[in-house]
Design a protein around this ligand. Sequence first.
Ligand SMILES: Nc1nc2c(ncn2[C@@H]2O[C@H](COP(=O)(O)OP(=O)(O)OP(=O)(O)O)[C@@H](O)[C@H]2O)c(=O)[nH]1
Ligand SMILES: [Mg+2]
Length: 378
Amino acid sequence: MEQCEPMNTRQPAPDVTVIVPTYQEAESLPGLLDRLEAVRAGGVALNVLIVDDDSQDGTEAVIAEMDRDWVRLLTRREDRGLSSAVLCGIQEATGEWCVVMDADLSHPPEVIPDFLAALRGDADFVVGSRYVPGGSTEDGWGVLRWINSKVATVMARPFTTVRDPMSGFLGFSRTLIDDSDVLDPVGYKIGLELIVKGECRHVEEVPIHFSTRRHGQSKLSLRVQLQYLNHIVRLARWKYPRLSSFLPFAMVGVSGIGIYVLLLWILELVSGGTLGQDLQIIIAIVGAMFWNFTFDRWLAFWYARKQPFLPQLLGFLAVCSIPVIVNFLITRWLVGDDYVSPAAGAIGAFAGSVVGVVFNWLVMRSFIFRRSESSSGN
Ligand SMILES: Nc1nc2c(ncn2[C@@H]2O[C@H](COP(=O)(O)OP(=O)(O)OP(=O)(O)O)[C@@H](O)[C@H]2O)c(=O)[nH]1
Ligand SMILES: [Mg+2]
């Protein structure tokens, strides 16, 4: 995790630290702080930690001018990014509980007492939710943004049943994550990361009305959306390591059949049979094996990518040779005397793959692509 600059002063521990990541939100901050002040006046002992990525838009002046001793500004001059800003805020928080919210007034601070009530009950995580009864989204979301949010929500389904896992309005205990090294979010969805890696069992959703921002600009770019895909893959590898290895392995195996058949077809077309059947089959098999090796190493055995290449390649070829021999013999038997038909190749490869997929995966995982101490989970 990235480091952040330490705070200068410390106040007596409040019940809750409200962490507000900001980038160029100077215009929104006075309104947000006024509303948080009203929540304090209602009896919630909270302090606020604004984690700003050196916006240079007057944020520092706004905070200085408002001069609230329960508000701290933490300016990160080198690190960047929403998730790391939130992690930095958690590290520096002093309250027993943390609430994370956007600065742009999309999230109503008035529900913070409901968050606390849930956390003091049996919730181990609270989400401000648009998609539970009583929750809503301000009109004006374009179709694209709506579809985007729904698709992203569906993709989070294998990890949590929370209705609004994309929410950035979160509440949890400051000590939810003992070992912050386990956290490795990319992009925006720090909530999903905390719920999954904090192994939260009881996530409560507090309904909110999600308002459209009035000031400043959205930082939700296409790049951020692509990072979400990467984040989902990382979470899958963390939560379901075997399945996340076996499924790509099987899929690469199927694609290898396609490559094998394609190569047989191209060789037959180009050579017009002059290469000889055996050579044609061998070239196609070797081509498909290299294809599978490359993609298996990248997708199925990602954790061993940094280990030496050559022993992995040789081990891979050795293990593959068993189903490959099955494939060769079946193709050879089906092709008849002179013509290597792609259909024969497909049947041979299919039989070889069925024999090989589970056997190969188990052997390779145990002997060729082993997890080392330093293997990254992602
Ligand atoms: N520190 C920090 N804060 C960020 C960064 N990117 C976004 N934020 C803040 O994170 C919060 C959420 O970002 P938004 O741009 O509002 O994203 P959004 O809510 O999905 O999009 P809109 O509804 O259009 O506002 C806001 O308070 C931003 O200022 C960043 O790189 N660093
Ligand atoms: Mg926003």
